[in-house]
Write a protein that binds this ligand. Structure first.
Ligand code: F0G
Length: 367
């Protein structure tokens, strides 16, 4: 179990507080050297949470686990890629970074860049970034540029700017991003002692599915696992270029994190699907919200809508899951990122304007 090995190397009685962040934990798997300044917020080591309610829905002894990457320091899996991208940018002497983002990348880029003493420029689609993510980018001290176009357009601009000016691109075109993100696959195998049978994952720009596939393959080649999972990628129906087989000019979904019509990591994602005998599939906004609510009220796990696409997809394909299989659904971002969607879409009772007395409260409680 490399996770424990890492901690043991730090002293005889390691505690969870000793977790050094993923670069130091998985150093030998990553393109870093002694010369690399490690810019870390102790990201990684996120829990793999059993999901008994969802497992029950699938039935036939299938075991579903949630890789809750919303518990990273800025609340999403982007921290895994960003600790690498920013450390390498710092090593190269960069003073500023830039990214286009549906929100999470911008939050992570801002936090890590500022921690590394660099400027962060983030381009976001005006009006289509969840409130928590915008709040983060601002609070972390980024320079936020909201453009009147979608993510794909913002990314095209950012690529152009990074080509012409002295700023480092930290979108997943930056190869260090996927290097950092592959560590999530390592953690899954470390926790299970083997790779899962299926990995269900939301797909937007298609970097994360590519990173997981790289991680599973590297671990298998090193003898840490015997099998590879089927990679099941789920896109929102209104933003499903990989399912449709062509770019989508005007992507549209409630899951703004994956509101992307032209994924830059398309080729790597297709490779992951083909090599793993996996599949891509679209899930509707209604299915995403259904899974989002089930995760919250059934499992006690609050993720953002895009993350729930992995569970929505699993529920849609439930008939095909082999008996007794282990399935990991990746929950890419924390639900607190997008409070307005939660407030709008839930089945709870919210009693407002009550008289402040015991009798009223007891009556509303049904006593
Ligand atoms: N889930 C969340 C919460 C995301 O923020 C993203 C991507 C994805 C899934 C999809 O991952 O792009 O690697 O396929 N968010 C990017 C951003 C685009 O700007 O934060 P992917």
């Amino acid at each position: 179990m490399p996770l424990l090995d890492v901690l043991r190397r730090l002293g005889p009685q390691p505690t969870l507080q000793d977790w050094p962040g993923l670069i130091n934990a998985y150093r030998r798997w990553l393109p870093v050297s002694k010369a690399t300044p490690v810019i870390t917020l102790r990201e990684g080591a996120t829990p793999l949470i059993p999901a008994p309610v969802i497992s029950e829905r699938i039935g036939r002894g299938v075991k579903v686990l949630l890789k809750y990457d919303g518990l990273n320091p800025t609340g999403s899996f982007k921290d895994r890629g960003m600790t690498m991208a920013i450390s390498k940018a710092k090593e190269a002497g960069s003073e500023a970074v830039i990214c286009a983002s549906t929100g999470n990348t911008s939050a992570a880029a801002a936090a890590y860049a500022r921690r590394g003493g660099m400027r962060a420029f983030v381009l976001i689609p005006d009006g289509y970034v969840a409130q928590g993510k915008l709040a983060q980018a601002l609070l972390y001290g980024a320079e936020v540029l909201a453009v009147q176009g979608n993510f794909d357009r913002a990314l095209a601009i950012v690529r152009d700017v990074a080509d012409r000016y002295p700023v480092t691109l930290v979108n997943s075109l930056n190869p260090y991003r996927l290097q950092g993100q592959k560590t999530a696959a390592f953690e899954v195998v470390d926790a299970l002692g083997e790779a899962p049978d299926w990995l269900c994952i939301p797909v937007g720009n298609a970097g994360n599915i590519s990173a997981y596939w790289m991680g599973f393959n590297e671990y298998k080649a090193a003898g840490h696992s015997k099998v590879l999972p089927r990679m099941m990628g789920f896109q929102a129906a209104g933003a499903a270029p990989l399912v449709l087989g062509h770019t989508v000019d005007n992507p549209d979904t409630i899951a703004t994190a994956i509101r992307i019509g032209n994924p830059v990591n398309k080729e790597n994602a297709l490779k992951a699907r083909n090599e793993s005998k996996g599949d891509f599939m679209a899930v509707t906004d209604a299915e995403i919200i259904e899974a989002y609510k089930l995760l919250g009220s059934g499992e006690g796990v609050f993720c953002e809508p895009a993350s729930a696409a992995s569970v929505a997809g699993l529920l849609k394909r439930r008939e095909e899951v082999p008996q007794g299989a282990t399935v990991v659904c990746v929950l890419t971002g924390n639900g607190l990122k997008d409070p307005s969607t939660a407030i709008e879409h839930n089945d709870s009772h919210f009693h407002t304007g009550l008289d402040p007395d015991t009798a009223t409260v007891a009556r509303v409680m049904g006593f």
